[in-house]
Design a protein around this ligand. Structure first.
Ligand code: IFM
Length: 724
């Protein structure tokens, strides 16, 4: 079995949304959905741009899809052939995960269309497609290829004032409605056949019509190159787009692109032996996270659905720090740095949000867009019965977000040993987040104990609760991190003094020191941690019972009227996420008790859930369950798992949090990787399905290879080797 690729046979328009995501080509700058070249918007083609957002009227703000410059459609003897519109004899498409190359082959009868394409990793503005037409009869082929402006948007349109230009290089430019960001794309072709070329434009774009008489068996090869630039990247996007005609040719670009991917795999590939399905799932998973990494940008983060479209408003959630960050910080710290620099640079947005709610310090956006703008609306779900928006409180109450960012900042420092990120604004973020919690705390005037009331933990089905165990623990970690800065900068007291002065922090420091030991610890019952005050008083019934109460499969489970809200059924890992993030706080017996209690009560309604359960399952030796959860997590973007709808909102796309989760299960769970003073240690827990697990780890300047294997006699051996 080829563990580096995945392909499917046949074409089903009903699967188009899913296939567009699972066959995604991306390079951090943009994501090209896996739709066929000839696709109209009904098959959801899109080139989604990272970090470019727009709002149309009062619809949700979301990332902008660029015009589609790899559009190509073939006609033969006057008849047009397009998947979804015309019957076809056979179709196959697939993705090579090693080099991020999509391919398809469609037999339309008289002609076969084959293509192979990629989003260049080293040249992040470039898309390339080798488009081939084989004639099975004598006749005339016409290839209509160019820039399609008929693009898919969930909450669009976002592009206006189109200007289309013909010539050797076709170009389209338009501006976004809200901020007037100029988006330009170009298309250039090289071909190995003679053709009469005409150019046309209409309301759907600008195209070349390549007319070519063919003989039976003749193959026409057209190499299509597209460039995408915006005015956020360069001063003159159109001029840069025109450079597409100076490229070296398809093969050379592909070689360069493949070499860049080889570099990525050298840094990050987890090789497993013993189960090919698992090896493929892990390759898929690592591909999907690696392909959306912002390698081209010093300060950028990754949306919750990567670059697979506009779902979740293309926003940055806690997924970035808690789920994506671990793989990057252990393998490609430059990417981890960029994710955190994004948070440093968006601190003004977090200060503004805190102030809007009447607090001090930094309250980060729950769904962060450019500049830290809050993309989360007060009505984030639509009721399937009334079709009315439902008031949700993620934006206002999911306050753990600021502490999640601090958690990653501290991990970055501890794992890489690099203090510069703290010096360049990270320390200020930590202090401002701690200050936010100080002003958000509810202190008991008599005892001095501190509650955090009216919050939402990771389990979003229970809104507006008090003392969510996860939230309180994260806040304690945040406060500890703020107070720990003096120690980190012990050799440079001037730096801390300067910061304290700049932020006028003396009084807050004293208050934080007092608050630190007073944050309410969770209640427990027989070692089971109560998820929030009063959770144990909720109805204790099975997941099946709650599911059975649904009147509509798309119904939202949370909020005031949701079926889960009055029960102990939770959406996703919450207490268990806390156990996974703070392993040293809890004994194995604690983990055992909580796992046994919460797992049957968890819907796993979020793709963020399974990996936290798997990580903790490894620790307590529940390796069969860990394995099942690993497979579910790693294969999510192959099988198209995960919910597609929340109420009436489409939430499909790729799942970078699961992708990061799969890395965590394999490296931190099965291999038991821990960094101690910058040096990797392993405490393996190999499930029976695995014979061997090998992967690289980067720590500061040093690189290591971790190798964990099972011997013939069933013992587990391991080595940690420093690479020269
Ligand atoms: O961040 C998550 C959240 O925890 C659950 N709903 C989906 C979000 C984006 O993945």
């Amino acid at each position: 079995m080829d563990t580096w690729s995945y392909s499917i046979l046949g074409f089903d328009p009903a699967r188009a949304a899913l296939d567009g995501s699972r066959f995604l080509c991306a390079n951090g700058y943009m994501g090209l959905r896996g739709a066929p070249e000839e696709a109209g918007r009904e098959l959801y083609p899109a080139v989604t741009l990272a970090g470019v957002y727009d709002q149309y009227r009062d619809k949700w703000r979301e990332p902008v899809n660029a015009p589609h410059a790899l559009f190509a459609r073939t006609s033969f003897n006057g008849k047009e052939y397009a998947l979804g519109a015309e019957p076809h004899e056979a179709h196959r498409c697939g993705l090579d995960y090693r080099h991020g190359v999509y391919c398809r082959e469609t037999d339309f009868g008289p002609v076969t269309v084959r293509s192979e394409r990629f989003a260049s990793l080293p040249l992040c503005h470039l898309l390339a497609d080798r488009y081939q037409v084989t004639a099975h009869e004598d006749g005339e082929v016409v290839i209509r290829c160019g820039i399609s402006t008929d693009i898919w948007d969930i909450n669009g349109p976002h592009l206006f004032d189109f200007r289309l230009d013909e010539g050797e290089v076709l170009t389209a430019r338009a501006v976004t409605g809200q901020k007037g960001i100029l988006v330009a794309v170009s298309q250039y072709v090289q071909r190995d056949f003679d053709a009469e070329e005409r150019q046309v434009q209409d309301e759907t774009g600008v195209f070349r019509l390549l007319h070519c008489p063919v003989k039976k068996g003749q193959i026409l090869t057209l190499d299509i190159f597209a460039a995408v630039y915006t005015s956020l990247d360069v001063l003159d996007p159109l001029e840069r787009c025109a450079e597409v005609r100076h490229l070296t040719g398809y093969e050379a670009l592909k070689t360069q692109h493949a070499a860049a991917w080889e570099g990525v795999w050298r840094r990050s590939e987890i090789q497993i032996e013993g189960d090919d399905e698992a090896a493929r799932a892990l390759h898929a998973s690592q591909y999907h996270l690696n392909c959306v990494a912002p390698r081209h940008a010093l300060s950028m983060s990754i949306p919750a659905r990567g670059l697979s479209g506009q779902t979740y408003k293309g926003a940055i959630f806690w997924d970035s720090e808690i789920f994506f960050f671990p793989m990057f910080v252990h393998t490609q710290p430059g990417v981890a740095r960029s994710l955190l620099r994004y948070r440093i640079e968006t601190l003004p947005g977090a200060l503004k949000k805190a102030a809007e709610y009447g607090y001090r310090g930094a309250f980060y956006a729950w769904e962060s867009q450019e500049g830290g703008e809050e993309g989360c609306t007060n009505f984030n779900v639509v009721d399937v019965f009334t079709h009315r928006p439902v008031r949700t409180y993620f934006r206002d109450k999911q306050i753990h977000i600021s502490a999640d960012i601090v958690y990653a900042l501290r991990q970055y420092y501890e794992i890489t040993g690099d203090r510069t990120l703290l010096e360049e604004g990270g320390a200020e973020v930590i202090l401002q987040c701690a200050r936010f919690y100080l002003s958000r705390a509810n202190a008991h005037l008599d005892t001095g104990d501190v509650d955090f009331a009216d919050v939402i933990g990771p389990d979003e089905y229970h809104e507006r609760v008090t003392n969510n165990a996860f939230t309180n623990r994260m806040i304690r970690h945040c406060v500890e991190s703020a107070l720990g800065l003096k120690q980190i900068f012990a050799d440079d007291p001037g730096m801390m003094d300067g910061l304290m002065k700049k932020l006028d922090y003396e009084k807050d420091w004293a208050l934080l020191s007092r608050m630190y030991g007073r944050i309410r610890a969770p209640q427990t019952r027989d070692s089971v941690i109560e998820q929030f005050d009063g959770y144990f008083r909720l109805e204790d019934c099975s997941l099946q019972t709650v599911r059975g109460r649904l009147c509509d499969p798309k119904e939202y489970w949370g909020g005031d009227h949701g079926v889960a809200g009055t029960t102990e059924i939770i959406k996703q890992a919450d207490v268990i996420a806390m156990l996974a993030l703070f392993p040293e706080d809890f004994s194995d017996a604690d983990v055992r008790a909580n796992w046994a209690y919460y797992e049957p009560r968890t819907e796993h309604g979020s793709s963020l859930s399974a990996c936290m359960y798997a990580l903790t399952a490894c620790r307590i030796g529940r390796l069969e369950e860990a394995w099942q959860l690993f497979m579910k997590t790693a294969s999510i973007d192959i099988v198209g798992g995960g919910k597609q709808w929340a109420g009436e909102i489409y939430i499909g796309g790729t799942h970078p949090a699961s992708n990061g989760g799969a890395w965590m299960i394999a490296a931190l769970g099965f291999a038991g990787l821990r960094m101690r003073s910058g040096v990797p240690e392993v405490h393996p827990r190999l499930p029976r399905q695995l014979k061997r697990l090998t992967f690289p780890v980067t720590a500061g300047e040093k690189r290591y290879v971790i190798d964990v294997r099972r011997t013939e006699s069933g013992e587990t051996e391991y080595s940690v080797t420093e690479m020269g």
